[in-house]
Every structure is written in structure tokens, then in C-alpha cells.
Design a protein around this ligand. Structure first.
Ligand code: NDP
Length: 444
């Protein structure tokens, strides 16, 4: 058995109860197989694959807080510090009832390569909790965040590990977390990104992930002889990534016609009204039924369905495994030309393969949604020099980074005879840099 298959077997046995982590590792291993095969003896001797699939550290802790009825509640908190070969651990905090160690490990693993692709000095980590902010009062969210940070603060720092937002963790949560860190440590430092603009946040960080997805999509289409202007787009999700993907798509002359949340989805043939969507989701924290009630051109449907709409481009921006094989078949049957992931691992492995085999341009989230973490790294730079850059400066750097990522993954795929396979290109380009740094730093 070759080295890749041996390590895959070992990872499967050791992590059998963590299907999302295994899915992320399997995709990675298949992609880097040609790189490993070209230098198998060295990588085997260095145990590169065993080391890169084993987190540096996994922290799990109790988070006890008191709800508005005076009742104590208990959640579980996690931080996985996966790999810091190229910089301090960096990755968001997910607050969602589905969170368990397997989700955090898959996200932390993907983060290693994503962060490497940005070209910035950041390692990979991820954290979160099974706490559900939905339906909680501001005071309850604050109580949870303070309890969570009381424990997490022992393990993080501006040069150690710098968390950020993710599903369920937005500006409100980052504010409460930062306040508690400062109170406990008596230290004003850039320990979190996604901060508010009055206390060290960066302009354009809120928009960065969604905008970045579109900057990469624009370059992808351009380099494949297509134009984004005039294209219809299906977007899933209606959170941070989805909203700003829709906004930038419209600025580039495309027409997003769908969005979704965990209960239903919208089809709006006249194009999504971003101002209304922001009011419903960012201000009122309401369901999409409210959008449909205020927008005569919109249809609301219960359950899932955005991928059944005939579009040129699909941007999954909600969560993992939300675009499955039947969705891929429906998209291809409707003539989709590109699928670019805004979320982390939204497309299952078989759906990805189906899309690629059908000739659809497919870019994985670790490349296409890297604009969020890249801008977080720009926020860290601004915090270090105690300066703030203008929106235009951050946005133009973001665009440069996304265009660069596209060319890097395209080149890496070509170097290994896999032209147009951006999954392979992203994994290979991300891996090469981390691998070189790990070897240079010796066995640890
Ligand atoms: P938000 O919490 O702002 O929004 C998430 C959206 O997805 C909401 O519309 C939510 O609906 C929906 N959603 C979440 N979980 C599920 C589920 N299990 N089933 C169906 N719908 C679901 O998160 P973000 O927009 O920040 O994150 C979206 C994705 O992008 C995630 O995969 C995240 O890891 C990834 N990402 C985010 C980055 C960022 O900067 N924010 C950076 C890079 C990647 P509802 O409100 O009903 O739950």
C-alpha cells in the first residue's frame, strides 16, 4: 500500500466517528497524491501526512452560564489548534447546535490550506460551541460569550491564536468576547478579528468573504472566456457570506435570484433586494418569510430547493454538505457553468466529482472563501501598526489576494497535469507551502 493510502487508513480508524473530518481529509489526500508520489521517501520519513492530519492541540471545555429565567445552562466549548507552521493559529468560532469535535476538526483542517493560499502568515485553527444564539436575548448571548472567553482566554493571544466569526458568531458576539478577554487579561491586543470599527476592526471585513467569492468568480470566468455580467446566480444562505456575495454580484452586473435559511428559501426572479435582505437578517434577525411578505416579486418555499432553479452560476454560502449529488444533477441539467463555494465544504465529494466530470468550473471554499480570513489577517496587520486603512485600500488588497489565489490554484493544477481541477490545485498549492515550513522546522 502506498504512503497516502496507509495514512488514510490510519486516519479513518482513528477518527471513525467524525465523518466531516474524514470527508475533508479524503478530498485533501486524493488531491495531493501526485505531490506525495513524487517525493514519497522524504514525506514518509518526515511523517508529513500523519503530522498534518493530527491537530497540534484540541481544547474542550465546559461553558456554564445563566439564562433569563435564572436557570444555569451548560454548553461545550472547543478550540482546535491544528497547525502553526506558517503563522499563529487563525480561524473562526462557530456557534451552532450541530457543533461537535468532528465539525471543528474538519473546519480547522481546511483552514490550514486556506490560510496558506492567502499568502499571509497565518496557521490553521477553529473553535466554537453547541450553543445556539438563535432566540436568545442579548443578555443571554453576552453571558454565554463571557463564560466561553473566560476559559478560551487561557489558550489564545495576538501572537498565539486569533479567533474570528463564523456561523452564529457575528459582530455582537465578537464584541462580547473581546470585552471579556480584555477584562480578564488586562491587555488591549488584536486577539480577535471581525471587531467593531470603534475598537480595532477593519473596514471591509464584514463584506470580505462574500466580496472575495465574487472577485475570484469574476477572474475564473474571465480566464475561461466568460463574463460575469448578465449571469443569473443561485445563492444559498442569507448570513454574512451570502448577503455580501449577493451585493458584489449585483455590483458586477450579475443577477442573484435566490437565498435561503435553515427553514426555507426565496426565489426572486427580479433579483434579490439586498437592502431588504439586510433589514430582515442583520437588523430584525427574522426569517425569510418576512422578506417574502415585503417583496411582491418573491416566492417563499419551505425546506430546501435553491439548486432546482435554472441559473448560470451557483454559490453555496450556507453550511457543509448542502449541495448533494441530486442537486449537482439538477444544476447540470439546467446548464450551470460554474459552482464556486462560499461556505466551507458545502458540496459533497460525489457531487463535486459529478460537476467536474460534467465540465462545470468548480472552485472549493478553501480557495474561494479565503477572502474573509485574508482580510482578518489585514486587520491583524492594522492592529500591529496601530493604524486603520481606508475601505478602498483593504478592498483593493482583498481583490488582489483573490485574483492571486485563482492563478496559484490554476498553476498548481497545471503543474501536476490536472488543468481545470481547482480542487487539486487548491489543496496542492496550500499544502506545498505548509509542508516546506514543517520540514524546515524539524520534527515537532
Ligand atoms: P451566518 O451565521 O452569518 O449565516 C449562515 C447562513 O446559513 C444562515 O442563512 C443560516 O440560516 C444558514 N445555515 C446555517 N446552518 C445551516 C444548516 N445546518 N442548514 C441550513 N442552513 C443553514 O454564517 P456565515 O455566513 O458567516 O457562514 C456561512 C458559511 O461560510 C459557513 O460554512 C462558514 O464556515 C463559511 N465561512 C464564513 C466566513 C466568514 O467570514 N463569515 C469565512 C469563510 C467561510 P439560519 O439563520 O436559519 O440558521
Amino acid at each position: 500500500m502506498g504512503y497516502v493510502d496507509e495514512v488514510l487508513e490510519r486516519v479513518r480508524t482513528k477518527n471513525a466517528a467524525e465523518p466531516e473530518f474524514l470527508q475533508a481529509v479524503e478530498e485533501f489526500m486524493e488531491s495531493v497524491r501526485p505531490v506525495i508520489d513524487a517525493n514519497e521517501d522524504l514525506y514518509r520519513k518526515e511523517a508529513i501526512l500523519e503530522r498534518i492530519t493530527e491537530p497540534d492541540r484540541q481544547i474542550k471545555f465546559r461553558v456554564a452560564w445563566v439564562d433569563d429565567n435564572g436557570q444555569a445552562q451548560v454548553n461545550t466549548g472547543y478550540r482546535v489548534q491544528f497547525n502553526n507552521a506558517i503563522g499563529p493559529y487563525k480561524g473562526g468560532l462557530r456557534l451552532h447546535p450541530s457543533v461537535y469535535i468532528g465539525i471543528i476538526k474538519f473546519l480547522g483542517f481546511e483552514q490550514i490550506f486556506k490560510n496558506s493560499l492567502t499568502g499571509l502568515p497565518i496557521g490553521g485553527g477553529k473553535g466554537g460551541s453547541d450553543f445556539d444564539p438563535k432566540g436568545k436575548s442579548d443578555r443571554e448571548v453576552m453571558a454565554f460569550c463571557q463564560a466561553f472567553m473566560t476559559e478560551l482566554s487561557k489558550y489564545i493571544g495576538a501572537d498565539i491564536d486569533v479567533p474570528a466569526g463564523d456561523i452564529g458568531t457575528g459582530a455582537r458576539e465578537i464584541g462580547y468576547l473581546f470585552g471579556q478577554y480584555k477584562r480578564i487579561k488586562n491587555l488591549y491586543e488584536g486577539v480577535l478579528t471581525g471587531k467593531g470599527l470603534t475598537y480595532g476592526g477593519s473596514l471591509a471585513r464584514t463584506e470580505a468573504t462574500g466580496y472575495g467569492v465574487l472577485y475570484l468568480t469574476e477572474e475564473l470566468l474571465k480566464c475561461n472566456g466568460k463574463d460575469i455580467a448578465g449571469k443569473t446566480i443561485a445563492v444559498s444562505g442569507s448570513g454574512n457570506v451570502a448577503i455580501y456575495a449577493i451585493q458584489k454580484a449585483q455590483q458586477l452586473g450579475a443577477k442573484p435570484v435566490t437565498c435561503s435559511d435553515s427553514t426555507g428559501w426565496i426565489y426572486d426572479p427580479e433579483g434579490i433586494d439586498v437592502a431588504l435582505l439586510k433589514e430582515v437578517k442583520e437588523v430584525n434577525r427574522a426569517r425569510l418569510t418576512e422578506y417574502a411578505a415585503k417583496r411582491p416579486s418573491a416566492e417563499y418555499h419551505e425546506g430546501k430547493g435553491v439548486w432546482s432553479v435554472k441559473v448560470d452560476i451557483a454559490l453555496p454560502c450556507a453550511t457543509q454538505n448542502e449541495l448533494l449529488i441530486d442537486d449537482a444533477k439538477a444544476l447540470v441539467a439546467n446548464g450551470v457553468q460554474a459552482v464556486v463555494e462560499g461556505a466551507n465544504m458545502p458540496t459533497s465529494l460525489d457531487a463535486t466529482k459529478y460537476l467536474q466530470d460534467a465540465g462545470v468550473l468548480f472552485v472549493p471554499g478553501k480557495a474561494s472563501n479565503a477572502g474573509g480570513v485574508a482580510t482578518s489577517a489585514l486587520e491583524m496587520s492594522q492592529n500591529s501598526e496601530r493604524l486603520s486603512w481606508t475601505f478602498e485600500e483593504v478592498d483593493s488588497r482583498l481583490k488582489g489576494i483573490m485574483v492571486n489565489i485563482y492563478h496559484n490554484i490554476d498553476d498548481a493544477a497545471k503543474r501536476y497535469g490536472k488543468e481545470g481541477d481547482y480542487v487539486a490545485g487548491a489543496n496542492i498549492a496550500g499544502f506545498e507551502k505548509v509542508c516546506e515550513a514543517m520540514i524546515a522546522q524539524g520534527i515537532n
